[in-house]
Design a protein around this ligand. Structure first.
Ligand SMILES: Cc1cc2nc3c(=O)[nH]c(=O)nc-3n(C[C@H](O)[C@H](O)[C@H](O)COP(=O)(O)OP(=O)(O)OC[C@H]3O[C@@H](n4cnc5c(N)ncnc54)[C@H](O)[C@@H]3O)c2cc1C
Length: 482
């Protein structure tokens, strides 16, 4: 049977899709490869995190730890020095510049790729995926086109937030912002703003709100009322020399893991390090720890410890932390532990009913705007994302039990509703958290992208005879390649 070029369709051109494409362009397999990168936004490389915004948000991690290539840790610093000569590994760069870095990486990879490896960029929204037989190609449908692929990678990020039950009655109210990552969520005329959630997204919205209206008053509310901690200077020696992480975490109950964390923190402090940095090293063992926990233990972790993990693992740049501390000192930003009971319309404003943690009485607050910073919805049951909805409804993908994202197997292969992992469909992105626990930051995602690119480069090309048996000859891809 004659073979054709290896076609890999990547859906989503944010960090993950872009870095995967770069790695595929750089792979040295000698097999003719066509990479189709479908992104609905006008620009590649930016995604949600590195999109252009009016407020100059900073990366949460210093430049020395943000290279998109694990083989070249100083790549970002070197790129940034062309624009900002004083940059070093400890600089917190603008997020917008990081998006430009990813775009630059991609165009360099396209320029340097061998002739038999080609990238096709498509601005469109993928809406459906269909597999043909058990080993045949995959059809990807978008609004304008369709493609036949040997492998498809969903690099579509996290599903959009759906908003809590508290917002049911006011979901369409102009003063309620369900997705803080889209557009400008605060107006200069907003004087009292309620922020639901107290993580890094809330911090972004709070500092941008103050820039827009210096006298705005902010109330941030979450179940525990805990803010992310500030980044501290990394002292790598205290973390690296002779520390055998596996001896600290060789057992699998939650209690034993906590004991391991405490013991590791003491060791690091004893060597002159900062105990918070333990979380940086723990990311190496987090996937195996997570997999070893029973379902009951995982749920226990989510209930009691997840919030503490998150505030220490995902931290603020020091300058932002100082600004937040100053806003809190003056009372302009108040952070409370509690939960929203209800939001209701009050003409063009909103009224929030909330209950402080540990109390039975409720408080009422009149506000100009509510911004829901409680995070993406990875439980997926009610997702409004068209492609994910389709994959779940057809059983090609399945949600994980803890509500952390999609079930995946080796290299992110999607696990279908029968529990089988599908060798033609992969997911790459933050929902890998379901399988690996830590899969949100650049450090983890670039490694997943590199491993997946290596696996895809070795994957077999589906012979074109399979196409002929079941597929329509007028299909756009069939005509182009057969
Ligand atoms: C605000 C913010 C700041 C962050 N800052 C840092 C940081 O400083 N350091 C760090 O290590 N990590 C940071 N992260 C985390 C990390 O970098 C991101 O999670 C990462 O960028 C995820 O990339 P992604 O490509 O998986 O998803 P996304 O960035 O969401 O990209 C997905 C892309 O897919 C497209 N898409 C989705 N569905 C379709 C479809 N059906 N058809 C076509 N296109 C589609 C979307 O338009 C989007 O562009 C940050 C995250 C956020 C949200």
């Amino acid at each position: 049977m004659p073979s054709r070029s290896h076609t890999i369709v990547i859906i989503g051109g944010g960090f993950c899709g872009t870095v995967l494409a770069v790695n595929l362009l750089q792979s040295q397999t000698g097999i003719p490869t066509r990479i189709v990168l479908i992104e609905r936004r006008a620009e590649l490389g930016r995604g949600v995190a590195y999109a252009s915004r009016t407020f100059p948000f900073l990366l949460n991690v210093p430049a020395g730890r943000m290279s998109a290539s694990s083989r070249d840790p100083s790549q970002l610093v070197e790129f940034a020095r062309f624009r900002l000569p004083d940059v070093d590994a400890n600089t917190y760069l603008p997020r917008q510049l990081y998006g430009e870095y990813l775009q630059h990486m991609l165009s360099e990879a396209v320029r340097a790729a061998p002739r038999h490896v080609q990238l096709e960029r498509v601005q469109d929204e993928a809406t459906e995926i269909q597999t043909i037989e058990r080993t045949g190609p995959v059809i990807v449908r978008a609004a304008e086109c369709r493609w036949l692929a040997d492998q498809v990678v969903l690099a579509c990020g996290s599903p959009p937030p759906v908003g809590g039950a508290y917002a049911r009655d006011i979901a369409a109210h102009p003063a309620y912002v369900r997705n803080p990552h889209e557009g400008e969520c605060i107006r200069a005329s907003d004087n009292v703003v309620l922020l639901i959630g107290t993580g890094l997204t809330m911090v972004d919205v709070a500092v941008a709100a103050v820039a827009k209206n210096p006298s705005v008053r902010l109330l941030a509310l979450s179940r525990h009322g805990l803010l992310p901690t500030a980044q501290t200077d990394l002292r790598p020696l205290a973390l690296s020399t002779g520390l055998d992480l596996h001896s600290h975490f060789d057992r699998s109950t939650l209690r034993q893991v906590f004991a391991g964390v405490r013991s590791l923190a003491q060791t690091v402090e004893g060597r002159g390090g900062d105990w918070r940095e333990v979380f940086i090293r723990m990311r190496d063992v987090a996937p195996s720890l997570w997999r070893n926990l029973s379902e009951v233990e995982r749920r226990r972790f989510m209930r009691h410890a997840r919030v503490y993990w998150d505030v220490h693992r995902h931290r603020m740049p020091p300058a932002v932390a100082e600004q937040v501390a100053s806003l809190r000192r003056t009372g302009q930003l108040q952070v409370r532990a509690g939960c929203i009971q209800q939001l209701r319309a009050d003409d063009h404003r909103l009224k929030a009913l909330w209950r402080p943690r540990g109390r039975s009485d409720t408080r009422e607050l009149s506000i100009d705007r509510v911004v829901d910073c409680s995070g993406d919805d990875r439980r997926l049951a009610h997702t409004t994302d068209i492609l994910l909805r389709h994959l779940l409804d057809t059983g090609l993908a399945s949600p994980n039990a803890e509500g952390l994202g999609l079930r995946t197997g080796p290299h992110g292969a999607l696990v279908n509703s029968d529990g089988q992992s599908e060798a033609r469909l992969f997911y790459l992105g933050p929902m890998l958290r379901a399988e690996h626990w830590e899969a949100t930051a650049v450090g983890e995602l670039r490694a997943h992208a590199e491993n997946l690119a290596a696996a895809l480069s070795k994957a077999e090309v589906i012979p074109s005879g399979v196409l002929r048996r079941g597929y329509r000859p007028h299909d756009r891809f069939f005509q182009a390649t057969s």
